[in-house]
Design a protein around this ligand. Structure first.
Ligand SMILES: Nc1nc2c(c(=O)[nH]1)N[C@H]1C(S)=C(S)[C@@H](COP(=O)(O)O)O[C@H]1N2
Ligand SMILES: [Mo]
Length: 511
């Protein structure tokens, strides 16, 4: 690789990176939340079929978006290298390549909600950077090539070679620097964290875990889930950074009176609080996409009553600051349950990841049809008239939670001692409540477990049972019975389209 010919790919990569870096910096300076690369990645997420998205969540967990971005940058690096090579003999191929990339980025940016002309500027800036960068690097490579080709013994290629590498290093350095500056410029996160730290709402109290809810068996998931341990599911690569003074909720559509609420307007309506368990429709049998927290917020029933919904309305289309949507039955937001616009979680302002400054919580519904984080818009409407984010991808329009239970102790595959085995876990059927839990050893008779207490029907319940085990391999399964008397079904169903069913079963051996 000592000749000029072999280095065209390198100029492609550094120039490509420079374009990305400069466009990212432009996005930061212009306060465009979606830099072109991020918009493309979010576009890819939006276009991903539900089943693939689910696979990604299962395989990569909360790192799914980092994996996507990394994959995208690897692919881009390869494309940039190829475009760099092509420039040696057919520069127009390279230009066409840049045009295609810029058009793709442009489409992704325009498709984002809240698009304004400003958002397209970073794409143009990046595109122009590519053209200029490539022209400069190509010129340096050509000079080196000419010197190599000349048979004049006096001309030494070392000089032009060095010139090229210095330029390539400088371009790469500027690319990194601009990415770094872009991050600084666009960083409103710090200000939002400051808002969070300074926020005080006297009515929002600290959680006090009620007596008797814990069965006190080591290994059972804590009854209260901390914000850090609470599962995270959303489609946002960059979590919206919303300052308190900028937040506004608009309630409109089929209403007698349109409302626009600031954060202070909202909180002035009075805080109510409750323990509520939230779970994800993508939670597999035995999975842990579920958590229980002390939520403080403003009841939706009262706010919606102020807006006076039309008789004919049956749905609320909620939209978050980043454009995600969900459709929630109007009835569950206005009945006597604790459906709320939550502002605090476990006695602290919501974290940015969990929806700061305001998110919706509705007991008894899966998150994908109710728990809108960063909520900024509620349109009172009808289900016939709308299609929400996940319902457009094959998930059910209605998402009431399903009766479910889980074994936390012993672990699947555990080795235990012969004799009395203490097993324990969790069961839930929010807003209906759990009446009983039963376990069965090796498919034998069902034995009743004892239940922890619960403050309301809206939380999960811990259970504990003792069984006698003799030497050998065993399996243990669990089922719950809800307060309507319904017994949890053993029929195994996939999470798509409206939540998994089946009995959680674990294997263990006793010796
Ligand atoms: N803005 C926004 N809100 C959202 C989502 C999302 O992708 N974007 N995902 C929903 C889903 S599928 C679930 S299960 C819950 C998860 O809330 P958490 O991340 O606070 O646990 O948020 C819901 N709210
Ligand atoms: Mo979810």
């Amino acid at each position: 690789m000592r000749t000029s010919r072999s280095w065209w790919w390198l100029s492609g990569v550094v120039v490509g990176a420079l374009g990305l870096g400069i466009s990212y910096l432009a996005a930061g300076l212009l306060r465009v939340r979606e830099s072109p690369a991020v918009a493309v990645a979010e576009g890819v997420i939006d276009l991903t079929p539900g089943s693939v998205a689910r696979w990604a969540i299962e395989t990569f967990g909360t790192r799914d978006k980092a994996v996507l971005l990394a994959g995208m940058f690897v692919i881009l690096a390869i494309v940039f290298a190829l475009l760099g090579r092509a420039a040696r003999t057919r520069w127009w191929v390279t230009v066409v390549g840049y045009v295609v990339l810029a058009v793709l980025a442009g489409i992704a940016v325009v498709a984002k909600p809240g698009f304004t002309v400003v958002n397209i500027v970073p794409v143009i800036v990046g595109f122009v950077t590519w053209l200029i960068g490539l022209a400069v690097m190509a010129e340096l490579l050509r000079r080196w090539e000419l010197v190599e080709a000349s048979d004049d013994a006096a001309t030494d290629p070392t000089h032009s070679r060095r010139g090229f590498f210095v330029a390539a290093g400088a371009v790469g350095g500027v690319a990194l620097l601009s990415a770094f500056l872009g991050k600084l410029a666009g960083n409103t996160r710090d200000q939002v964290e400051k808002d969070r730290r300074l926020l005080r709402i006297d009515e929002a109290t600290k959680p006090v875990v009620p007596r008797g809810v814990k069965v006190d068996v080591e290994g059972v998931r804590p009854w209260q889930t901390s914000a850090d341990d609470f599962y995270l599911i959303d489609t946002a690569i960059l979590k919206p950074n919303i300052r308190l003074k900028d937040w506004e909720l608009r309630i409109h559509g089929m209403v007698g009176r349109e409302l626009v609420l600031s954060y202070d307007d909202l909180v002035a309506r009075g805080i109510s609080e409750d323990w509520i368990t939230l779970n994800c429709v993508s939670n597999e049998v035995g999975g842990d996409l579920i958590g229980n927290a002390w939520w403080s917020g403003v009841r939706l029933a009262g706010i919606l009553a102020e807006a006076v919904p039309d008789e004919a309305a049956d749905a609320v289309l909620q939209t978050s600051e980043d454009g995600w949507t969900c459709g929630t039955p109007l009835s569950v937001m206005t009945d006597d349950r604790h459906a709320m616009l939550a502002v605090f979680m476990n006695g602290e302002p919501l974290t940015v990841e969990h929806g700061f400054p305001v998110r919706t919580i509705v007991p008894g519904l899966y998150g994908y049809v109710s728990a809108c984080k960063w909520v900024v818009d509620m349109e009172v409407t009808t289900f016939d008239a709308i299609e929400a984010y996940w319902t457009g991808k094959g998930w059910s329009e209605q998402g009431p939670v399903k009766l479910a239970s889980r074994i936390d102790v012993p672990d699947d595959g555990a080795d235990v001692s012969v004799g009395t085995l203490v097993c324990a876990g969790t069961a839930w059927m929010q807003h209906t409540g759990i009446e009983g839990v039963e376990v069965s050893l090796d498919g034998g008779a069902w034995t009743a477990a004892t239940l922890g207490r619960v403050p309301s029907e809206d939380t999960w319940v811990q259970w504990r049972a003792e069984i006698e085990v003799d030497e050998g391999d065993h399996d243990l399964r669990v089922r719950a019975i809800d307060k309507n008397g319904d017994v949890q079904t053993g029929v195994e169903r996939d999470v798509l389209p409206d939540g998994a069913t089946g009995w959680h079963t674990i294997d263990f051996s006793a010796s």
